[in-house]
Design a protein around this ligand. Structure first.
Ligand code: MN3
Length: 202
């Protein structure tokens, strides 16, 4: 059973003005679609065929660049679309808010730490909020399409929120102003979904 590009839960223009429709269209229909197709090509006819994406990434041979880059790209973007929402965003609350305050003292400081991780990831990559067994949360970043599920990568744990800082994610609207894009991302985070993921993993 091949991987399929997941459906977007919102229209391309739904996140405007924070993320523009043209960027969303290219990002989803070209980039994410491309990772999905190349992941399928990378596992076809191998003993990796039929495994879930979590199995593929947590047991990944890091020298397998086809699965590393495209499996990462498939997983990372699938998460990214789900933790943004134009309407039903909710707000940071409950056990996730408590865990963030335990780790980063205040919500504002957490936002500063996450934003710095995203701003200072050199070149292409992602910033993450991860949950560890026991419920502790941690911010980290990774290059390219790597993510913390992969063996030995960055902070470990399971990502519950991720921000794509590849230029393809923001260049049309923000050019080189990555910090403005990061600020805009915080306006479209679907906290209900991030919190749901936290509750299911803690
Ligand atoms: Mn991307």
């Amino acid at each position: 059973m091949a991987f399929e590009l997941p459906k977007l839960n919102f229209a391309y223009d739904a996140l405007e003005p924070h993320i523009d429709a043209r960027t969303m269209e290219i990002h989803y229909s070209k980039h994410h679609n491309g990772y999905t197709a190349k992941l399928n090509a990378a596992i076809e006819g191998t003993d990796l065929e039929g495994k879930s994406i979590n199995e593929l990434l947590t047991n990944l041979d890091m020298n397998n660049s086809g699965v590393r880059n495209n499996g990462g790209g498939f997983y990372n973007h699938s998460l990214f679309w789900e933790i943004m929402n134009p309407e039903d965003k909710g707000y940071l609350s409950g056990a996730l808010k408590d865990a963030i305050i335990d780790a980063y003292d205040t919500v504002d400081n957490f936002k500063a730490v996450f934003s710095k991780a995203a701003a200072t990831q050199f070149g292409s990559g992602w910033a993450w909020l991860c949950v560890h067994k026991g419920g502790k949360v941690e911010v980290c970043s990774t290059p390219n399409q790597d993510n913390p599920l992969m063996p030995g990568v960055s902070c470990g744990g399971t990502p519950i929120m991720g921000l794509d800082v590849w230029e393809h994610a923001y260049y049309l609207n923000y050019q080189n102003r990555r910090p403005d894009y990061i600020e805009a991302f915080f306006k479209v985070i679907n906290w209900n979904e991030v919190e749901r993921r936290y509750e299911s993993l803690k």
